[in-house]
Design a protein around this ligand. Structure first.
Ligand code: ADP
Ligand code: MG
Ligand code: ZN
Length: 497
């Protein structure tokens, strides 16, 4: 296609976007939703299966209490009401990776409903309405092999792995979010980020988008100002936070170009392409009636005891937003500084580094400086850059003890990132420790004085400021390892200044 897309600024000047997000999160329970099979990621295909999760005839599901508890905790953290009585429902459709030919889900009786999540975008709080939080089961995975792309087209065979089938899956659906205008893509990203942090703080999932334990479908529509909301499309295959933002933006541009040309938006599923950043149509959207939902006859209704729910609510951890506010105060950061910590994804890393003994300022300096730069260069998340909070704290300890100066510390940190060992090991093995032993430095100082007689004369005649040049010379010959303060004192002493 060679249609030229309109400029983003023009699109948001003429149309109002509405977005809505459906997020699936795989719970980190020990066992699956209806059976005792383990839930760990990976594993040899079809080794974590049993008659229940393979949907064999005669097998019966039993609901996993830990999954119900986790779902209620998610609902509570998202300010939802918790159903006093609700049922699971059968969602009927055929797909090879779903062995029962129906998925046990929830339909008109979700476990949690009517909540909200506050997120911050550009220093402003946007309240995102939560429509529902319900519990269902994940499907297996289909692998298309023999082709070049891993897609079904061109593949010679398809393999199905049921290890994932039956893993508890929570779906969190927002209400439509109007009124965000040009910020719609950022709001979508901020919401998924905040939601991920909430889920992580609850400890209910490892929330890894790249491993698919957190998956997001992005709904987008455009309408003319004052008109009714437009028809939405649902973009799938959005596998990173950055992609959430890009997917909304790209759909806004595409829909605007269709509408500008007098066309209509079809309600459909679309696929996001990481490489090009655009979306292509998938299947046209099924409606609820296609799925022939009915109450699951093999399971009893869920009726959580209100006293239990109250207990779970009282035991919720401090939620990320409040936690961040408390850290910001403790670290003495301005809103802007805190924002850059957030943008770098460094909150928890700095927190852990401080817990390991560094000052907040030092921890922030390393994570936002060297390590962020490194993460950007190599295209990895800051947490995966190769240094741990404990190592960063150890490195700073060496600086504070005068064993490393800033430059040497950066060299040591490179070694840490490269996996050479702990900061102390690297400092010792590579012989990088600051030399402050006057005996060892005197020779280098004398050499510098002899090589720069003019400067030496100036210092002798009282121009103490000129000592800097000689300090620099000594630093050079000692490969940056001399303790600058000691060198300076030595120079002044040698020249009688
Ligand atoms: P489905 O399963 O059919 O996708 P859901 O109710 O699970 O339906 O999710 C629909 C999502 O789309 C919700 O997040 C909802 O807020 C959002 N949505 C509904 N109408 C619009 C619209 N006009 N524009 C954008 N998003 C919308
Ligand atoms: Mg949906
Ligand atoms: Zn099983």
């Amino acid at each position: 296609m060679t249609t030229t897309l309109p400029a983003y600024d023009e699109v948001v000047a003429r149309y109002e976007p509405v977005i809505g997000l459906e997020t699936h999160v795989e719970l980190g329970t020990n066992t699956k939703m209806w059976c005792g099979c383990p839930t760990d990621f990976g594993g040899e295909p079809n080794t974590r299966v049993c008659p229940v999760c393979l949907g064999l005839p005669g097998s019966l599901p039993v609901a996993n209490k830990a999954a119900i508890e986790a779902t209620i905790r998610i609902g509570l953290a998202l300010n939802c009401s918790i159903a006093q009585w609700c049922r699971f429902a059968r969602k009927n459709y055929f797909y090879p990776d779903m062995p029962k030919n129906f998925q046990i889900s929830q339909y008109d009786e979700p476990l949690c409903f009517e909540g909200y999540l506050d997120v911050e975008v550009n220093g402003e709080t946007v309240r995102i309405g939560i429509e529902r939080v319900h519990l269902e089961e994940d499907t297996g995975k289909t692998l298309h092999v023999g082709g070049a792309t891993g897609r079904i087209h061109g593949a010679t065979e398809s393999l199905v792995d049921y290890n994932r089938a039956g893993i508890p899956l929570v779906e969190i659906v927002t209400k439509p979010i109007p009124g965000t205008g040009a910020l719609a893509p950022e709001v979508a990203r901020a919401y998924v980020t905040e939601l991920r942090d909430v889920l992580r703080s609850l400890g209910v999932s490892d929330v890894r988008m790249e491993e698919g334990s957190l998956r997001c479908d992005v709904n987008t529509s455009l309408n003319l100002p004052g008109a009714e909301w437009g028809t939405r499309t649902e973009t799938k295959n959005v596998n990173s936070l950055r992609s959430v933002e890009r997917a909304v933006r790209s759909e806004m541009l595409r829909q605007a170009s269709v509408l500008d040309a007098g066309g209509r938006i079809t309600q459909e599923t679309r696929h996001f392409h990481e490489d090009t950043g655009d979306t292509t149509p998938g299947r046209s959207k099924e409606t609820a009636t296609d799925y022939r939902y009915f109450p699951e006859p093999d399971l009893v209704p869920i009726a959580p005891d209100p006293a239990w729910v109250a207990e779970l609510k009282a035991a919720l951890p401090e939620l990320p937003r409040l936690h961040r506010r408390r850290l910001q105060e403790a670290w003495g950061l301005s809103d802007l500084d805190m924002q850059s910590v957030l943008n770098a994804g460094a909150v928890e890393l700095i927190e852990a580094t401080v817990a390991a003994g560094a000052t907040p300022a030092a921890a922030r300096k390393w994570w936002l400086g060297e390590l962020s730069r490194r993460a950007n260069e190599t295209g990895v998340e800051l947490a995966d850059v190769g240094a741990t909070p404990a190592q960063v704290a150890e490195l700073q300890g060496l600086v504070d003890a005068g064993k490393l100066n800033d430059k040497l510390a950066r060299t040591v940190l490179e070694g840490v990132v490269a996996g050479e060992g702990t900061p102390t090991e690297i400092m010792t093995n590579r012989n990088l420790e600051v030399v402050s032993d006057t005996g060892a430095l005197t020779a280098a100082v004398d050499e510098a004085i002899a090589a720069n007689p003019g400067i030496a004369d100036k210092i002798r005649s009282g121009k103490v400021a000129a000592a800097g040049a000689l300090v620099g010379a000594v630093m050079k010959t000692t490969r940056g390892q001399a303790d600058a303060k000691t060198v300076r004192e030595l120079i002044l002493a040698r020249l009688g200044a």
